[in-house]
Design a protein around this ligand. Structure first.
Ligand SMILES: [Zn+2]
Ligand SMILES: [Zn+2]
Length: 383
């Protein structure tokens, strides 16, 4: 079979790989037909990161955990690439109960069993039965397990009942290509705090997590936030934010700007989120909180330590949430919101390309890339 393979900076290729087979009765084999580029994928696609990361770890500038997570040579190609897709089920083991051949399903980026203590408590990306890697996931190379990548002819799903979730029949699967990761990542930045503070004002600091910040803005609007201010330097993303119902605010996005404009005492937002993936952006989001506010950071903050305004947070009774996303735990609610038509993730997609063109499409410097091909089964098989 053919799988999209990361070779190095600016180099993706179709390469042949053995077709995966079922290893246990709880497994399924699926065929992805809509796949998306995760915001985090841009890091190795556009930069040489292997040597700088090795050096950064050796010099104690970067967190040593990165070696455990990504191996001693982070992002060293070749490896199967991509971890966001909607797929159709091709084959199920005899124990699989919740999906069947022909069903259209979301495949979460991380491996999870669905029944261990962590899975039952919403920590699906830290599943206890996913092997001995720091995270077990598709599309990051052997350090996260030999699971293959989402832009492949076939994927093995080790816990079909625990991981797969059927797409709502009313929604175009193309719109859901990022529900494996980035859309639930946007959800977790705003949905839990909006439950705590219904209608609360929301600030999204946009940037490197290009699509996640926009998904968060759209979900916050859909959930009835009193106002959703979206900050970014990128005009296209600001226009998308506006189309999602958020209030776009153009900023330079520099550390100096964040420092200069951060409120000294308290801000106006009960909920804030940093999608700039910069410590300066995170500090700004924290200082913009109203008393009791909740801030979530979704960027990769790779430094061994990052400066936080702890005095401000203490006096403001702020909460900071960082942590890997757990899409499988949130997907039922995320898909329900999209199924109701209240939030349209397709507005964030800036490039839809043919499946065969994935090696070039995934390199485009744009917000959200989705590649598609025809499914084998008709949608009727889904109902
Ligand atoms: Zn991702
Ligand atoms: Zn588990």
């Amino acid at each position: 079979m053919r799988q999209l393979t990361y070779v190095g900076k600016g180099a993706l290729q179709w390469r042949d790989a053995p077709e995966p087979v079922l290893h246990a009765p709880c497994e399924a084999i699926v065929r992805p037909f809509a796949a998306a580029r995760c915001d985090g994928d841009n890091l190795p696609l556009h930069r040489n990161v292997t040597m700088p990361m090795r050096l950064g770890i050796a010099l104690h500038y970067l967190d040593p955990l990165i070696s455990d997570l990504l191996g001693s040579r982070p992002f060293q190609g070749p490896f199967a690439f991509g971890h966001e897709c909607v797929a159709e089920v091709i084959e199920c083991g005899t124990d699989v109960k919740t999906v069947k051949r022909g069903d259209r399903v979301v495949v979460p980026w991380a491996i999870s069993c669905g029944h261990c203590w962590r899975c039952e408590h919403g920590l699906t990306s830290k599943c206890s039965n996913s092997g001995d890697t720091v995270i077990a996931a598709y599309g990051f190379g052997p350090a996260m397990g030999d699971w293959g990548g989402a832009v492949s002819d076939r994927l093995r799903v080790p816990y079909a009942d625990g991981m797969l979730i059927r797409v709502p029949p009313s929604v175009d699967p193309l719109a859901l290509a990022s529900t494996s990761d980035n859309i639930p990542d946007g959800w977790r930045m705003v949905a839990p705090p909006l439950r705590r503070y219904p209608g609360g004002a929301v600030l999204i600091v946009g940037g490197a997590a290009r699509s996640i910040g926009l998904y968060a803005a759209g979900i916050a609007v859909a959930m009835g936030a009193e106002r959703v201010d979206y900050l970014d330097s990128n005009v296209t993303r600001l226009e998308i934010a506006q189309s999602l119902g958020a209030n776009p605010i153009q900023i330079p996005g520099t550390a100096a700007w964040y420092r200069k404009h951060a409120p000294r005492r308290s801000g106006r937002y009960l909920i804030s989120a940093d999608a700039s993936a910069t410590v300066a952006g995170l500090q700004y989001a924290l200082r913009s909180l109203a008393p009791g506010g909740v801030c979530t950071g979704v960027g990769y903050y790779f430094a061994r330590t990052s400066a936080l305004p702890l005095t401000h947070m203490y006096m403001n009774s702020s909460t900071l949430h960082v942590g890997v996303s757990h899409p499988r735990a949130d997907l039922p609610q995320v898909l329900a919101l999209i199924g109701e038509g209240k939030f349209k993730p397709e507005k964030v997609t800036t490039l839809t390309a043919a499946w065969d063109d994935a090696p070039t499409a995934f390199l485009e410097r744009t917000t959200k890339v989705v590649v598609r091909r025809d499914p084998l089964f008709s949608a009727a098989a889904d109902t």
